[in-house]
Structures are given as structure tokens and as C-alpha cells.
Design a protein around this ligand. Structure first.
Ligand code: SAM
Length: 290
């Protein structure tokens, strides 16, 4: 039997609480950086919808088709609310490594929900963040929120709190656990589901490999991808990152200005010329505005 892990994931995440915690920071950054927001690894599209409903022009993309099906349904259900505030939302099936091929330049990118440690193949994270850099205008900003692996790796946390939720016809539990190799984490998510009318629990397990994304390693990869001016926070309230205590590692970084870019010239990077000179030189492109 095939199961939509995306549907189960979406129903166990306490979205209302999560968005209430995250949106003030995301909105504050978008307001300063510009209106065009990119959400790589958007999953089921909740951040895409939430920011579009606040008037931003948002493109979300992911490689998981099941997640995109849910994201498209979210978008269809909120089309009216988004249009009412002149927001825009679109979704694409795309790998982060290919984000530089998008035919527009974004002011800000948000990679959220611990998406980066799962990009574990050799060189893949460099390629992914290089792709996201290619989609941003010079001076554009990236914010990425991942868990604090400096702490997690030291404590070798094996078991995590159980999450519970409901789809339209099932009760769902998510049990997460991890085992630690020499330099990777094998992460397992076991979903237990049963009909809401009662009956036997079925289990569906998905395992994935994570790279422990320590602060210094993430900074090094971001630097290689063309980012600078890092700020590190431990939560969405901008508490300073403490490797010994913080739950999250949130990084804000700025895409370096291209050395050859002169005022009055067109934005041109990775062989692409931006159709909008406003994006390159208008108020929104002020590199110090973020
Ligand atoms: C843990 S989920 C987080 C989803 C969402 N950002 C959130 O906050 O709920 C990680 C997501 O990253 C996506 N992903 C992983 N590798 C990717 C890649 N190379 N390009 C685009 N999306 C990717 C997965 O498909 C998945 O939807």
C-alpha cells in the first residue's frame, strides 16, 4: 500500500503555533529585503501561502511531488485571500541545485524546517546552496533554519518527542529516532496511522541520512556558495546562537555583490540577465537594507 508521507508530516506539525512563532522574523526580513521571496524545499507549502497572504510575491519549490500536491491544494484554497492583498504565490517542482536557472531574481530566500541536513550526498549541499545563491539578486538575503547539530551531535540524542495529528480519516502519530555513525546520522520517522473510527494501527517508516550541519561547516559552505555577513541565532526571537544550548541554528546571510556590477548596469549572473533593472538598482536592492 502506498502512503503519502507528506500528508502525515503535514498533519502532525502544529502549523498554527509554528507559523505564529516563525512569521514575525520571516516577515521582518522580507519587509527589509524586498517583495520577491523564494522558498526552496517548501514541502507542503505552508510558508508560501502564509507569506503570499501577507502580500509577498512568493515562489516555493520542492523535489517531493506528494508534498507539492498538498501545497497546490493549499494554494487553491487561499487564492482569494492572496489576491485580496495583491500577493502572489506559485509552486514548482525543482531541485535546489537548479534554482539558478529560474528566470527571475529574488530578494530573499528562506530554507526552513531543517531541510539542509537531509541533503547528504557528497557535494550536494554545496550544489544546493550554490543554486539558491544563483536565484538571489546581488545583496539578496538567505535565512535558513536548521536544528543545532553542535548540541545534537555531542548529546547523540536518540529519541524525540512523539507528534500526533489527524488527517480527514486517520489518527496519526510520528515517532522519530536516530542512530549515529562516524560522521552521519541515520534518521528514522515512523508514522503510525489508524482509521479515526478505530481499528488496528499500521506503521510506515521512512529513513534518511543526515549530515551533522555544525555552525562552522554551514558557514563554510555558505561562504563557498557566495554568501557573506553571517548572523547566527538560536531561535526565531533572534537570541544569539549558543552551541551548547540553542534548539535551532538560524543563519542569516547576504549574497555578495558581484565585483563587476556597476550602478546602471543590468543584473547579470550565471549567464542570465534580469529583465528588471528595478530589482538590481531600486531601493529594494540596497545591500544594507536587510
Ligand atoms: C524536513 S522537510 C521541510 C519542509 C518545509 N520547509 C517545512 O518547513 O516544513 C524537507 C524538505 O526538503 C525537500 N528537499 C530535500 N532536498 C531537496 C532539494 N535538493 N531540492 C528541493 N527540495 C528538497 C524535501 O522534499 C522536503 O520537502
Amino acid at each position: 500500500m502506498s502512503v503519502s508521507f507528506a500528508k502525515y508530516y503535514d498533519c502532525v506539525i502544529p502549523w498554527e503555533k509554528r507559523l505564529k512563532r516563525e512569521l514575525p522574523l520571516l516577515e521582518g526580513i522580507s519587509r527589509a529585503a524586498g517583495r520577491k521571496v523564494l522558498i526552496p524545499a517548501c514541502g507542503t507549502g505552508r510558508h508560501v501561502v502564509a507569506l503570499a497572504e501577507r502580500g509577498y510575491d512568493v515562489l516555493g519549490f520542492d523535489i517531493d511531488e506528494d508534498a507539492l500536491v498538498l501545497a497546490r491544494a493549499q494554494l487553491a484554497a487561499t487564492e482569494g485571500a492572496i489576491a485580496a492583498v495583491s500577493g502572489k504565490a506559485a509552486l514548482r517542482s525543482l531541485d535546489m541545485a537548479a534554482a539558478g536557472t529560474l528566470d527571475q531574481a529574488f530578494d530573499v530566500a528562506f530554507i526552513l524546517g531543517n531541510a539542509l541536513p537531509g541533503i547528504s550526498a557528497p557535494g550536494a549541499l554545496h550544489a544546493a546552496l550554490g543554486g539558491v545563491a544563483g536565484a538571489l539578486r546581488p545583496g539578496g538575503v538567505l535565512l535558513t533554519q536548521n536544528l543545532n547539530y553542535d548540541l545534537r551531535w555531542r548529546e547523540k540524542t536518540q529519541f524525540f518527542p512523539v507528534l500526533a495529528g489527524q488527517t480527514e480519516d486517520e489518527d496519526v502519530l510520528l515517532v522519530k529516532f536516530a542512530d549515529y555513525g562516524a560522521n552521519v546520522i541515520n534518521f528514522h520517522g515512523m508514522y503510525l496511522a489508524r482509521p479515526r473510527t478505530g481499528g488496528a494501527w499500521q506503521s510506515y517508516t521512512r529513513s534518511s541520512r543526515q549530515v551533522p550541519l555544525f555552525r562552522d561547516r554551514l558557514a563554510e559552505i555558505l561562504r563557498a556558495a557566495g554568501f557573506a555577513d553571517f548572523e547566527f541565532w538560536g531561535d526565531y526571537g533572534r537570541a544569539p546562537f549558543d552551541p551548547h544550548q540553542s534548539n535551532d541554528l538560524i543563519v542569516l546571510a547576504k549574497k555578495k555583490q558581484s565585483p563587476g556590477l556597476q550602478p546602471g548596469s543590468l543584473c547579470s549572473e550565471q549567464g542570465r540577465t534580469s529583465p528588471s533593472t528595478m530589482r538590481c538598482h531600486g531601493k529594494d536592492s540596497d545591500p544594507d537594507s536587510a
